[in-house]
Design a protein around this ligand. Sequence first.
Ligand SMILES: [Zn+2]
Length: 320
Amino acid sequence: MARIRTIKPEFFTSADIVALSPLARMLYIALWCEADKEGRMVWKPKTFKLRYLPGDGCDVEALCEELVAHGLVRLYVEGLAWIPSFTRHQHVNPRESASDLPAPEDQKPSLPRKVGKSTREAVFERDGYACVRCGATDGLTIDHILPQSCGGPHIPENLRTLCRTCNSARPVSGDGLKEDLARDGHTIETLRVKFGIDASISDMHAQVGKEGKGKEGKGKEERVEARASRFALDSLPADWEDFCRQERQDLDPFATFDRFRDYWRSVPGAKGRKLDWLATWRNWVRNERADRPKAKQSPDEVAAEAIRLMEQRDAQARAA
Ligand SMILES: [Zn+2]
């Protein structure tokens, strides 16, 4: 079963991809759709030809060998293959079913994107099933003290129980975050040291400033203006995902994030700069239209349509 995958703009200019022949590049992308959530697949070059290159006169075995020779695909045990960079580049929908193929020996387990069930339960229990800020016992969520978008890990020391209201009131960046952490006696620096996080990650997010409203003079406004930044996240942070799931159960957070990111990256100039990207995300999620299932076309219909278009193009070329 093929799956929807994402492709980053930098793919086309990365050195290992530029070195490939055009059809091998095409096949490599197709194999992402073929691969399961761990990047593993059954290695069937003839089937790949029918599925992904139906109208091309090409030697699919040679294309497959090219991908293996470049280290983009690795064969392991009899008849299986995996894509080593897969889990680094794809953010896979957590609802996608688990791999039923064995793990290659040298594949490191992928890092969980979400807090595990047992960790969640342990944190709720430790905190007495109540919001640690206001004591509410309804609508409890797991909060990352140092937000995940700043590199905060899914470990109990960085997690606590907050009610939905207290959680969504927390700023996740800039001065707002610093003030919020100070309420509990933390600073970004001490948490960073405590959790062993690379400073460059935290700094990038800390600079995406969030300022309190209504107290700024002219000078402060200018300073704030200077600190707005363009959208820089590649994948959906867990706290953003949690917000989307809580607020809008009808949306797929990953597909929504892809639209959000593509939109904001394409907005030029000052309009594409924001002080608080989390707030922008919240508004986007609240206003996003519901995901509607599209009319399904079978792979054969899609291939037939592609062949029809190619024949049309060939006929036009002959006529010209
Ligand atoms: Zn609360």
